[in-house]
Design a protein around this ligand. Structure first.
Ligand SMILES: NC(=O)c1ccc[n+]([C@@H]2O[C@H](COP(=O)([O-])OP(=O)(O)OC[C@H]3O[C@@H](n4cnc5c(N)ncnc54)[C@H](O)[C@@H]3O)[C@@H](O)[C@H]2O)c1
Length: 293
């Protein structure tokens, strides 16, 4: 098998749960119980062994989700985060469509229909067009295709049961750019574009889509995953903690808002870019010079 399932408590299997109300059922009672929206929900988070995914999983548990399953490529970190939450977890490469489908099948068998699927796993890849084809391809597969696969698997199921929620983690790099990391900036634009397309195409089917676009967050990716220039440039804009990203996500889910901006200034940067693209590129070139490259 291409993935491994573990139970956080006894290593023998995920505890069986009963079928819960799906997202749409809770949408109907939104006015009565807005703050409790995650209560009773079945949630899955990819990249949950890492900083942002781990914080999202914790926060969803705190909000009363019925089950939060952690999915990650890295067994040790997935197990560690899952143990702390007494949550089920799977080791899975989300860029392997068949493996991801198998994991989703297992989660739905064990915990019930997934109400909220968070495609959060991502990789930062330093370099420009000189980065190797293998690096470009792998970044594309994880940052974009894994979100395509999750949507392809989840959307027909969600439509059949009256609705559901997809949260895709992109980045402010997907709305703007990221100095020093072309594969990352390009694929994160792809993630934003995919999320927009899904929201437009499947909104009337009851599938709600949000797209998470933070700037710097204090995680392993920023600290050692994206290269010096990207990391320095992001740090200069201010770094927040993963728990603050989770706060912004909870607010956005409550409002069913498409764009999740844990750094609110990103909205202004995006408006500046749209208003005058040449001016924005000139400003970004100035920023790059400031970092001596
Ligand atoms: N940290 C930041 O500054 C920042 C800013 C904007 C967006 N993001 C995005 O947030 C998401 C989470 O990143 P993070 O900052 O928590 O980084 P992180 O490196 O701490 O966590 C990423 C997790 O994804 C897992 N992962 C990587 N490839 C995988 C695969 N193929 N299958 C399954 N799991 C895989 C890793 O093992 C890791 O646990 C990413 O999509 C990232 O691009 C991060």
């Amino acid at each position: 098998m291409s993935f491994v399932k573990r139970d956080a408590e006894n290593g023998l299997g995920i505890k069986k749960g009963h079928r819960t109300h799906h997202w749409m059922a809770h949408r109907d009672s939104k006015c009565e119980d807005e703050a409790m929206k995650l209560n009773g929900k079945v949630v899955a988070v990819t990249g949950a062994g890492g900083g942002i995914g781990g914080a999202l999983a914790k926060r969803f548990c705190d909000e009363g989700a019925k089950s939060v399953t952690l999915i990650d490529l890295d067994e040790q970190s997935a197990q560690q985060n899952a143990d702390a939450l007494s949550s089920p977890w799977f080791v899975c490469d989300v860029a392997d469509e068949a493996a991801l489908e198998e994991v989703i099948d297992r989660i739905e068998q064990d915990s019930g229909p997934i109400d909220l699927f968070c495609s959060n796993a991502g990789v930062g890849t330093a370099g420009g067009v000189d980065a190797s084809n293998a690096d470009w391809q792998r970044t594309w597969e994880i940052n974009v295709m894994a979100q395509v696969y999750a949507a392809r698997i989840m959307i027909p199921r969600m439509i059949a049961r009256g609705g559901g929620y997809l949260l895709n983690t992109a980045s402010a790099a997907g709305l703007l750019t990221n100095l020093g990391t072309a594969p990352y900036a390009v694929t994160k634009h792809g993630s934003v574009a995919l999320s927009e397309w899904l929201a437009i195409t499947h909104g009337d089917d009851g599938v709600v889509v949000s797209c998470l676009c933070p700037q710097g967050v204090n995680t392993a990716m920023l600290n050692d995953g994206v290269g010096e220039l990207a990391s320095d440039a992001v740090r200069a804009q201010g770094v927040i903690e993963p728990s603050e990203v989770a706060d912004a996500v909870i607010d956005a889910l409550d409002e069913e808002r498409f764009l999740v901006l844990p750094h609110p200034e990103v909205a202004r940067y995006e408006q500046n870019r749209a208003a005058d693209h040449d001016r924005w590129i000139s400003a970004m070139r100035g920023l790059q010079r400031q970092f001596g490259r």
